[in-house]
Design a protein around this ligand. Structure first.
Ligand SMILES: Nc1ncnc2c1ncn2[C@@H]1O[C@H](COP(=O)(O)OP(=O)(O)O)[C@@H](O)[C@H]1O
Ligand SMILES: [Mg+2]
Length: 341
């Protein structure tokens, strides 16, 4: 089934159409993501939200062909009009870490523990810029300064373990920025950090977006983070995108029952960091997906059609999509609630 890209006006920075990733495992073929389509404009921050195992990381990794050999990826990934899936290994390497950079949840794994921060930034500057050594050193200091590391000259020759968790995450962002990326893929980069440090990193990313005009895809399971950071959100469930919308619309007028459940599970006051686990039931095993809509066993609106047919992701308006057989009913119900009927 073809999904239409979210926003087809103008040339998107990134346009993903019908991305499918199947992983061969000892227990069978695992459809990790199915029919994932999304677009991103320059300077836009898209949140990718969903429970653990819903396919967020596989989506990011599949975009850049970073999946293991056991995975089969199909679909189209258009990067500024170029088809990434058709690039050879060398061309793809120059895009990765250059025009498109990626940061991860745990910088201690992503950073090389035996190389100084300078060596790691320099590696990227060497690969993706034409600066000479002296200029690279200057640029490295500038980058550490840009991500808010105090006294950058004196920190450049330190090793990753000499930085605190929040500072390490900043180092990782500095390395990502070294290739002058136009797109930053961020895979839960603040999940391991405490709330105060998380807020600082989110502010930093917002500033960098404003200064550099980077697009960002930000993976998180935390709706509080989405509300603070993102322009638009795509919600994933069991490997599929089930709803996309501008962030305020999604939070105030969710159209998919799963999104409604996610929002209802966020505590009203106090700690905004929450896991998305208070929806009744558990996510299905991808090796044994329910027939029809994968969410139907947990869904309060479920009827016969939900047990039989996968709902297509349909366009509600220019920038809203939903995959639910009962979206009209839900919309009506919500409108009545808002009117206080
Ligand atoms: N290399 C792999 N081998 C086998 N299964 C994988 C691999 N990578 C991811 N998966 C499976 O794919 C599904 C989606 O994973 P992932 O994208 O990491 O979820 P998320 O990032 O949303 O928590 C999960 O069921 C996960 O177990
Ligand atoms: Mg993940």
């Amino acid at each position: 089934m073809m999904n239409t890209p979210l926003n087809s006006r103008g040339t998107a920075l990134l346009e993903v159409t019908n991305l499918n990733t199947r992983i061969h495992t000892s227990r069978g073929e695992l459809p990790a993501i199915q029919e994932v389509s999304l677009t991103l404009q320059s300077g836009e921050i898209l949140g990718l939200v969903g429970e653990s195992g819903s396919g967020k990381s596989v989506t990011l990794r599949s975009l850049l062909k970073l999946m293991p050999a056991s995975a089969q990826v199909t679909g189209s990934v258009k990067w500024r009009g170029r088809e990434l899936t058709e690039l050879d290994a060398a061309a793809l390497r120059s895009v990765r870490g250059g025009e498109i950079a990626m940061i991860f949840q745990e910088p201690m794994i992503a950073l090389n523990p035996v190389l100084t921060v300078w060596r790691q930034i320099e590696e990227s500057l060497h690969a993706h810029t034409t600066l000479n050594r002296k200029a690279r050193r200057r640029r490295a200091i500038e980058l550490l300064n840009q991500v808010g590391i105090p006294a950058p000259e004196s920190r450049l020759d330190d090793y990753p373990h000499q930085f605190s968790g929040g500072m390490r995450q900043r180092v990782m962002i500095a390395i990502a920025l070294a290739g002058n990326p136009k797109l930053l893929l961020a895979d839960e980069p603040t999940t391991a950090l405490d709330v105060t440090i998380q807020e600082q990193i989110l502010k930093l990313l917002l500033n960098l977006r404003d200064q550099l005009g980077m697009g960002i895809i930000f993976v998180t399971h935390d709706l509080g983070v989405v509300a603070q950071l993102c322009d638009r959100v795509a919600v994933m469930y069991a490997g599929r995108i089930v709803e996309t919308a501008p962030v305020a619309d999604l939070l105030q007028r969710p159209r998919h029952p799963y999104t409604q459940g996610l929002i209802a599970s966020v505590p009203q006051a106090g700690d905004a960091r929450t896991s998305l686990q208070s929806i009744e039931g558990t996510p299905p095993s991808l090796l044994n997906l329910p027939a029809g809509c994968s969410f139907h066993p947990r869904c309060p609106y479920s009827t016969e059609v939900c047990r039989q047919q996968v709902p297509p992701l349909i366009r509600l308006s220019d920038n809203r999509q939903v995959a639910c057989h009962h979206h009209q009913h839900i919309q009506q119900q919500l409108a009545e609630q808002l009117e206080g009927v």
